[in-house]
Write a protein that binds this ligand. Structure first.
Ligand code: PLP
Length: 354
């Protein structure tokens, strides 16, 4: 019963098998391996983007920061949601890799950028010319940090605003597969057809050991990305082990199947906890649930061995039995129906739950 994070989940066995297969003999280093060619071809195919450039890195932070550095100069600002991972959880990496670009925070419910506020924020920027930070790029996270999902139409609406100012658009897709299967959009509809120029295509949270692809729909930035990745210390010498993971991830739509499984378990869990009296704090659109319920039920769950984070993390279990406490529950590709069932059974043992 571990709902702490999709990062806490193991890698899928098919990925480990692919690594074992790749671990034979010599292979060209630094991304020149034959498997990387196949990965590029497969992603171009998946995204219906025959010219897209594809590069692999081992962390989502590197994917985001390097992609944004290619899109936004040091004297400009990246518009993003106040709760964006690039703002809250990347230790200043986007600012560091862009050599000082700023982040301009935009609000909106459920961690989705509100289009009117984005419009106003972009219009307000750079009103004094040389004295102001310049408009640089827009970054959208899908699945959002609150577990909600943007439809491709919602992405297009935000991207249209950015395009009015000639700004490139980045998508943090650490959970891109989960967003995609939640909406039914095609990869192309969710990205370049909606105006996205660069995608951090996540794999780590969805069954890989540690690989994210940066997909540049405009290949003109490809060489710059390569130079920045090397300079930033993110070019793997034994790159075949990154390629092998991504290759297996894309084989027979494994990436979609794993995301479907995680989303389905989260839907079961969300339904079960709301039936038991918990209150959802955000729409549980994909594989993350934010909800609150009485402390007594949290205690019962802890006693039963359930693991998850209070959210925000500085919350304490101390307090009256009936006082609500917020939590984040994340389902991964490996979350089972049994685990969900056990969690719901433990929740219902508490008399404090309505
Ligand atoms: C929305 C989002 N973006 C990016 C990342 C990638 O972070 P990391 O650098 O830990 O792989 C995460 C991981 O928590 C995330 O939730």
């Amino acid at each position: 019963m571990n709902f702490t994070s999709d990062n806490a989940a193991p890698a899928h066995p098919a990925i480990i098998e692919a690594l074992a297969r790749a671990n034979v003999g010599h292979a060209a280093s630094y991304g020149a391996d034959a498997m990387m060619e196949r990965v590029t071809a497969r992603l171009r195919d998946v995204f219906e983007a025959p010219d897209a450039a594809v590069h692999l890195v081992a962390t989502g932070t590197a994917a985001n920061a390097l992609a944004l550095a290619c899109l936004c100069p040091p004297w400009a600002t990246i518009f993003c949601h106040r709760q964006a991972h690039i703002e809250e959880d990347e230790g200043g990496a986007p600012e560091f890799f862009t050599a000082g670009a700023k982040l301009t925070l935009v609000d909106g419910p459920d961690a989705r950028i509100d289009p009117d506020r984005l419009d106003a924020s972009m219009a307000h920027a750079n009103r004094l010319g040389v004295h102001n930070i310049q408009r640089g790029a827009l970054s959208i996270t899908n699945v959002t940090e609150a577990g909600s999902v943007y439809t491709s139409e919602q992405v297009a609406r935000l991207a249209d605003i950015a395009k009015r100012w000639n700004l490139p658009v980045h998508m943090d897709g650490a959970r891109f597969a989960n967003a995609l299967v939640a909406t039914g959009a095609t990869p192309a509809e969710m990205t370049w057809k909606a105006g996205v120029d660069a995608l951090s295509f996540g794999g780590t949270k969805n069954g890989l050991l540690g690989v994210e692809a940066v997909i540049l729909f405009d290949p003109e930035k490809s060489w710059e990305f390569e130079l920045r990745r090397k300079r930033g210390g993110h070019l793997f010498s034994k790159h075949r082990y990154l390629s092998a993971q991504m290759d297996a991830y894309l084989t027979d739509d494994l990436w979609m199947d794993l995301a479907r499984a995680a989303n389905a378990r989260a839907a079961d869990l969300a339904r079960g906890i709301t039936d038991a009296g918990a209150r959802l704090l955000h729409p549980a659109d994909a594989n993350m649930i934010f909800a609150e319920w009485p402390r007594a039920a949290h205690r019962a769950l802890r006693d039963a061995g359930a693991k998850y984070y209070f959210w925000p993390g500085d919350h304490s279990l101390d307090g009256p039995d009936e006082a609500p406490l917020a939590a984040r529950l994340v389902c991964g590709w490996c979350t089972t129906e049994t685990e969900v069932g056990e969690f719901l059974a433990a929740m219902k043992t508490s008399p404090a739950i309505a």
